[in-house]
Design a protein around this ligand. Structure first.
Ligand code: 4AD
Ligand code: MG
Length: 417
């Protein structure tokens, strides 16, 4: 005798047979209750079962081609652990995005979310595995900070015992500190951006995977990123086949994500956009709409190399052979998704750095600790940051980033859970 436990997803009654789709950590299992196989008392229990009731079934497995996983559970005993109230607030087939946000605590039980967050968990596991295998030391950065990293406009201010402080936008500056101890470091931490806009790719709180390495240049950085992303895609393709099928993402597409990724310069990207009919000139920003155009025809991520310094934060190093251009690289996901990661070489000329900090309207005094790194044993170095939510969004082929994370934080969402 075996048992299976979980929650009632669906119940279908056909005279003397009741089919239960039972939901648990393994997905959905078809369970068959035949009147002749159970006591009268258990048959009545089966009849009264409601959606999301928690139950324990006794019985045995039988091969069945038509069942979702090729086998079904034949029941001969039922224990109701909790009979769920009716109606279940998410009992209908389709629900609006607003309802799915308001009832997030229940929505996360749904099969689609179960698949997405399982993939997300695999993305995190594979990332950690990659950094461990490649000699990176994991560090824990602070969340409460007193300096901006990505400009003043998107800072969330908090009151820290009467001192003005912020929620971190990026752990980069702290990773830069730690390279002088370990040379190769990484972290996984939440980052916050007070993005006052509603887009399909912006969250106010996101999980940020960041790495930084001493002695590293732009080429080596791109190799690191393409190896990491390929490792993640391979792991997801191998370990999440059931989930990917449910999400209509063919695992073969992920297995094709292998180094090298195409590299295009900022200037080449502008030329390509012009060919596509976009009204854009050298010196302009390449935003989300442009990234869509650049990536929609690709099946593999591409690197966008170099970017006008005037749009970039103070820490970005100027390209040696192109004045006014930053030594940065954006990793753009294919199929129209666009930016997944930004990284680059860091400015190590102390005068330029101070001037650029002032240029952003910040007081270099507040960055004295960061500037010290250029005073005591400065080394060329580079790093990047990648949004885990963005990566999940692309890998799971989702429409909106809010579905890439269980409890999204968005601009003016209404009720927050
Ligand atoms: O491009 P960003 O702003 O770069 C940095 O923060 C650097 N300091 C990273 C570094 O070099 N260590 O952010 C990096 C990535 C983006 O490419 C994107 O994937 C994600 O973080 N990201 C967001 N994801 C969701 N919602 C937002 N509002 C995001 N802002 C950035
Ligand atoms: Mg960026």
């Amino acid at each position: 005798m075996e048992t299976i436990r979980g929650w009632v997803l669906k119940k279908r009654e056909h005279g003397n047979i009741i089919f239960i789709d039972l939901r648990n950590r393994d997905g959905v299992t078809q369970c068959v209750i035949r009147r002749e196989n159970v006591s009268n008392e258990d048959w009545s229990k089966a009849e009264e079962l409601t959606q999301e009731s928690s139950i324990i079934l006794r019985g045995g497995w039988r091969l069945e081609d038509r069942a979702p996983r090729g086998r079904e559970f034949v029941v001969n005993g039922i224990e109701i652990v909790h009979l769920a109230e009716t109606p279940y607030p998410l009992g209908k087939k389709e629900h609006s995005p607003e309802t799915l946000m308001e009832k997030r605590h229940l929505a996360v039980r749904g099969q689609r979310y179960q698949a997405i967050f399982r993939v997300r968990s695999e993305i995190l596991r594979a990332s950690r595995e990659y950094f461990i295998n490649n000699g990176y030391v994991e560090v824990s950065p602070p969340i409460i900070v007193t300096t901006a990293c990505e400009g003043g406009a998107t800072l969330f201010k908090i009151d820290y015992f009467d001192i003005p402080a912020y929620l971190t936008q990026s752990s980069q500056l702290y990773l830069e500190i730690m390279i002088f101890t370990y040379e190769k470091v990484w972290c996984l931490a939440p980052s916050f951006r007070a993005e006052k806009s509603r887009t399909r790719r912006h969250l106010a709180e996101f999980w940020h995977l960041e790495a930084e390495a001493a002695w590293m240049n732009l080429d080596e950085l791109m190799k690191l990123e393409e190896e990491l992303v390929s490792h993640i895609c391979r792991s997801v393709a191998e370990k999440c086949q059931y989930e990917l099928k449910l999400l209509n993402r063919n695992p073969e597409e992920l297995l094709e994500i292998e180094p090298p990724f195409k590299r295009i310069s900022y200037e080449e990207a502008i030329m390509e956009l012009k060919r596509e009919g976009v009204n854009i000139e050298i010196g302009d920003e390449i935003g989300g709409d442009e990234e869509y155009i650049l990536t929609k025809k690709h099946n593999k991520p591409i690197f966008l190399v170099g970017y006008p310094l005037k749009y970039k934060p103070f820490y970005v190093k100027e390209l040696k052979d192109k004045s006014g251009m930053g030594a940065t690289v954006d990793l753009l996901a294919p199929e129209g998704y666009g930016e997944m990661a930004t990284g680059g070489e860091r400015e190590d000329n102390i005068e330029k750095l101070i001037e650029r900090i002032r240029g952003e309207g910040f007081d270099p005094e507040n960055y004295d600790w960061y500037i010290d790194l250029r005073r005591y044993g400065s080394v060329p170095h580079a790093g990047f940051g990648m949004g885990i939510d963005r990566l999940t969004w692309w890998i799971c082929k989702l429409d909106h980033i809010r579905d890439a994370t269980p409890f999204p934080r968005l601009y003016r969402t209404g009720k927050m859970i």
